[in-house]
Ligand binder design. Sequence first.
Ligand SMILES: *Cc1c(COP(=O)(O)O)cnc(C)c1O
Length: 395
Amino acid sequence: MRRVYLDHSATTPVDPEVAALMMTYYTEKYGNPSSVHSFGREAKQALEEARRQVAELIGAEPSEVTFTSGGTEADNLAILGTAEALSKKGKHIITTAVEHHAVLETCEYLEKNGFDLTIVPVDEEGIVSVESVKKAIRPDTILITMMHANNEVGAIQPVAEIGKLAKEHGIVFHVDAVQSLGKIPIDVKTMAIDLLTISSHKIYGPKGVGALYIRKGVRVAPRIYGGGQEKKRRSGTENTPGIIGFGKACELAGQRMAEDAQRLSKLRDKLMNGIIEKIDYVKINGPLGDKRLPNNVNVSIQFVEGESLLLSLDMLGIAASSGSACTSGSLDPSHVLLAMGLVHEIAHGSLRFTLGHQNTEEDIDYVLEQLPKIVDRLRMMSPLYDQAVHAKQAQ
Ligand SMILES: *Cc1c(COP(=O)(O)O)cnc(C)c1O
């Protein structure tokens, strides 16, 4: 059976070149980078080369990159670390309604512990307005934390404008760029970003590695204490093979970004247009064109359940993801789609396809061949679909 992986926003395969490089740091060059002997020095050197590669992709200085265990830890370090460092200055934090749980839950934890939280809404495309962030700013605001591009609908946020605003008000600006890294350009300097979260496994690097960019001079209190690695910002023996893999993945992403973006946005549009053409009662979620990540398709298909669609696709070898995060048995629809104003029933029938480096035209053809058949079959069981079709015919 054909297998088509279209869930690259969940994770990506490790690039073979990355995996091969990592292997040598498990079995041959396994020294602890803190050791003074030659084994340690060779690991340290490779670690610093990785730091340079990561820094280069985001326009930072290597000394501004702190390695972590992933995007989630970097988000926690940014938010909790800023809250602790600046709590005497103020206790107000601004975030948005469409954040990843790593940001939302961390902010909500602070809210339960004496901080004030303002959650800024989004428009129907999932985009935050600079004006609404501006209105939320108070004299005691210490942090604005938001994403660069949304993981569910691919909406790209106006981070450079909001960065400028934050700077004018002396507010620390944290951006979660896990989904945008390697897909669209990021420059922490021109975007006026103080803290930037990135993760390796979304860009063809290994899982369990990420980084927080911390602009020189910005204070972030550590969350993990111990041996003082990473300039005391994140103690613990470094995951050297993982970090070295992350560095290589950043280098490759920088080389491939322009070409991948162009090719994938064509495939993305082919998939979106094909779905609109072949299936009735569908709605594309999120913005179109340049305001959308080149690899993201998110569509609501009325009168079907997202979960049923996913299972049927999976039986045909197609891996997608559902807009409704079905956590711990509850069938709550995605907070992102609800924030964009979708009603529960529509949000429930949502599917996300996220394309990657290896996807081809044939992959998209396969989905466009199978998906309409699945939808037809599932809708045969839907009395609501029957009613809608009859009502339309009666008009
Ligand atoms: C995947 C993701 C994260 C979490 O990163 P991990 O490395 O998996 O912990 C954070 N933010 C966004 C937007 C993500 O897509």
